[in-house]
Design a protein around this ligand. Structure first.
Ligand code: C2E
Ligand code: MG
Ligand code: MG
Length: 653
């Protein structure tokens, strides 16, 4: 029991939070709690110190006729001036903003001061009681009782300081009472013990509850500001840091940078390896990013795979760039997740304050625009915001606005690019490719407006229009000709596409087997979960599915097995280089072999030369598509092409 009490008090005096049910090693939390405790004490310290000074003078007056008068005067002058000094100091320190952290040393200083003041009062009964008149003895008794109660109240949240202040007064009273054998003093001693125990108990109960409350409050605040997965600050904390940085900018002109990061292909990783692996990936990324920054700066996770950093006190923009480089370098080594090596990459966008803005909205928007350009330039790119970026963002928004009414204004149209079947040497079908005739900009390529349509959700409306238009064109063509329509991943998020397709086929009165849907690999991987049911329903209708741009995505062969695909389209980049680069030729050959083994069709995209066509014939490719066979053409040219005796390319070959 004694050793338990001993260790309890040792821990109590050492400022160990465990005695209050808090974490014993969390110095930051302990510092916060000390700050709260000290602030509370400082709150009423001026009044208490004034009371101390006043009491000291009352005592001096009470002892005016005692033999100890001079001693009492010296004592009272020392205590009154000491108290006034402490009181004034406490009061002026309170005017400065409330601290977030108070060190152990500051707390020790407070305890030391409490001990000095308590000792000064403890001297009173020992030094002045015996020779005092009855009236003065009454004053001393009242003063000691009052100081005990006042001290316990003032330090009610800091038991160590309460003990440091009251213990000398108890001790002085005990010595004083013990020296006098009178029975009445024994009764007074009993009263003092009861009184003291109640006070101390009150202090402990109160301080315990106070600390617990602060711990709970701080933990709640921490939870609100922390991302539970990576333990990095979250968006709320980030916004607060940004607000603080902006306040410092306004007050002292301190410049800073906002860095935004976005992981490349995170969603693909997430869907390919599963959510737990995606989470683990984020945790590892967070750990690496955390190591890139200075101690006082914290990378925050502000979105699914978005991270951000405020770089305070920026002297040169190059410093922000260097941190960006460190972030990029942090992805150099692959991540080992569940035994698989995952290669990550990031782009970084940087906005500088005040150069690129002085509001949270402007800075974040500009960092985001810079990030957009970085991501477009490829993995590992770091871009500062540039005024021209703003222009391209505005252009994008303008494009978006214009696209909204494009269908109604009849500005969209389809062109058709033929497929040539190499065995029968005949046109087997056409791919419908979308075009936008903008009234001012002229012809806008799909690579520019399809992403905008995807971002805004306009793709659903546009996609439906394309299916209807392609099916109605198909109804004019011979039965052995098919039409291929490109679908974006976003379209598979809308089950309406199924109904639209059924309707379009019915209205045009064409067999579903003549409609082919082109999807890309990345779409399969990123949205496979929700896409699969829609895709399967389409397949059940009898519609066929081709895998477009094969070789440019994740190239997961699993999907070739999982989905009943009817065709693979080898991406044009391989066809372009296959005659010069043996590795491209090897890929082309093996994809053709693979398709044959799986008993599905294979199309070579982007055939531009007769040599390419000849090579593909020799490697037994089923079909080819490209400028050599035919450029994308208007619907009214198709029947003429089909009526030609032999396709142009074969004549040339
Ligand atoms: P994609 O489906 O891979 O289409 C092939 C692209 O390659 C077309 O570009 C086509 O004009 C071009 N091309 C064909 N043969 C050759 C060739 O011999 N040499 C070269 N250099 N290029 C050739 P386009 O029409 O600009 O389409 C680009 C992409 O836009 C398409 O790639 C497709 O992903 C997308 N797209 C087009 N129309 C639609 C649509 O209606 N809906 C959706 N969601 N996406 C579409
Ligand atoms: Mg296509
Ligand atoms: Mg393609």
């Amino acid at each position: 029991m004694r050793s338990y009490l001993g260790s309890y008090f040792t821990r109590l005096f050492a400022g160990d939070l465990a005695v209050f049910g808090g974490p014993s090693t969390d110095e930051v939390l302990a510092g916060h709690i000390r700050a709260e405790q000290i602030c509370l004490v400082l709150g009423y310290s001026l009044g208490i110190m004034l009371a101390n000074a006043c009491n000291a003078m009352v005592l001096a007056i009470a002892l005016w006729h005692s033999p100890d008068r001079n001693m009492a005067l010296i004592w009272a002058a020392a205590v009154a001036s000491g108290a006034m000094f402490f009181g004034w100091q406490a009061h002026s320190s309170r005017r400065i903003a409330k601290p977030q952290f108070v060190s152990r040393r500051a707390m020790h200083r407070l305890v030391r001061n409490a001990l000095i003041l308590g000792t000064a009062w403890g001297i009173v009964p020992v030094a002045f009681f015996a020779d005092a008149s009855n009236g003065a003895q009454l004053v001393i008794t009242c003063l000691c009782a009052g100081m005990l109660a006042g001290g316990a109240f003032a330090f009610a949240t800091i038991p160590v300081a309460a003990i440091a202040f009251t213990a000398p007064i108890f001790l002085g009273t005990a010595i004083c009472l013990g020296r006098n054998g009178d029975f009445v003093y024994l009764l007074v001693a009993i009263l003092v013990v009861v009184y003291g125990s109640v006070l101390l108990r009150g202090v402990f109960v109160n301080s315990f509850a106070f600390t617990r409350r602060i711990i709970a409050q701080l933990e709640a605040e921490r939870t609100v500001r922390q991302d539970p997965l990576t333990h990095l600050p979250n968006r709320i904390a980030f916004n607060e840091t940004l607000e603080r940085a902006l306040r410092r900018l306004a007050h002292s002109g301190e410049e800073f940078a906002v860095l935004l990061l976005d992981l490349d292909r995170f969603k693909e990783v997430n869907d390919r390896f599963g959510h737990p692996a995606g989470d683990e990936f984020l945790v590892q990324v967070a750990a690496r990013l955390r190591r890139c920054t200075r101690a006082a700066e914290h990378v925050a996770r502000i979105g699914g795979d978005e991270f951000a950093l405020i770089m305070a006190n920026l002297t040169r923009p190059e410093d922000a760039f260097e941190i960006g480089e460190r972030f990029v370098a942090a992805f150099a080594d692959p991540f080992l997740i569940e035994g698989c090596e995952i290669v990550g990459a990031t782009g970084v966008g940087i906005a500088l304050a005040p150069r690129d803005g002085n509001t949270p909205h402007d800075l974040l928007k500009h960092a985001d625009i810079a990030l957009y350009r970085a991501k477009k330039s490829g993995p590992g790119t770091i871009c500062f915001f540039e005024a021209s970026d703003d222009k391209s963002a505005r252009d994008r928004r303008a494009l978006q606005r214009d696209l909204e009414g494009a269908i109604e204004r009849n500005e969209l149209f389809l062109v058709y690019q033929p497929f040539l079947g190499l065995r029968a040497n005949r046109i087997t079908g056409f791919e419908a490719l979308l075009r936008w005739q903008h009234p001012v900009r002229g012809l806008v390529p799909p690579s520019e407006f399809i992403p905008v349509a995807e971002e805004t959700g306009l793709i659903h409306q546009i996609g439906e229009w394309v299916v209807h238009r392609a099916c109605s064109a198909l109804s004019n063509w011979p039965d052995n000709i098919r039409v291929a329509v490109n679908f974006s991943a976003a379209q598979f998020r809308n089950t309406g596409i199924l109904q639209t397709t059924v309707q379009a086929l019915a209205q045009a009165g064409v067999s579903p087997s003549r409609l082919e849907i082109e999807i890309t690999e990345s779409m399969l991987i990123s949205k496979y979960g929700s896409a699969s049911s829609i895709l399967n329903s389409l397949l059940q209708l009898g519609v066929t599915v081709a895998l477009d741009d094969f070789g440019t995505g994740f190239s997961s062969l699993t999907y070739l097995r999982k989905l009943p695909l009817s065709r693979i389209k080898i991406d044009q980049s391989f066809i372009r280089d296959m005659l010069e680069q043996p590795d491209c030729a090897a890929i082309v050959k093996s994809v053709i072999g693979l398709a044959q083994d799986l008993r599905i069709g294979v199309v070579a995209e982007g055939v531009e030369t007769a040599d390419q066509l000849e090579y593909l014939r020799q490697t037994d490719c089923d079909e080819v598509q490209g400028y050599l066979i035919g450029r994308p053409m208007a619907a009214d040219q198709i029947l003429a092409l089909l009526n030609e005796k032999k396709p142009r390319s074969t004549q040339a070959a």
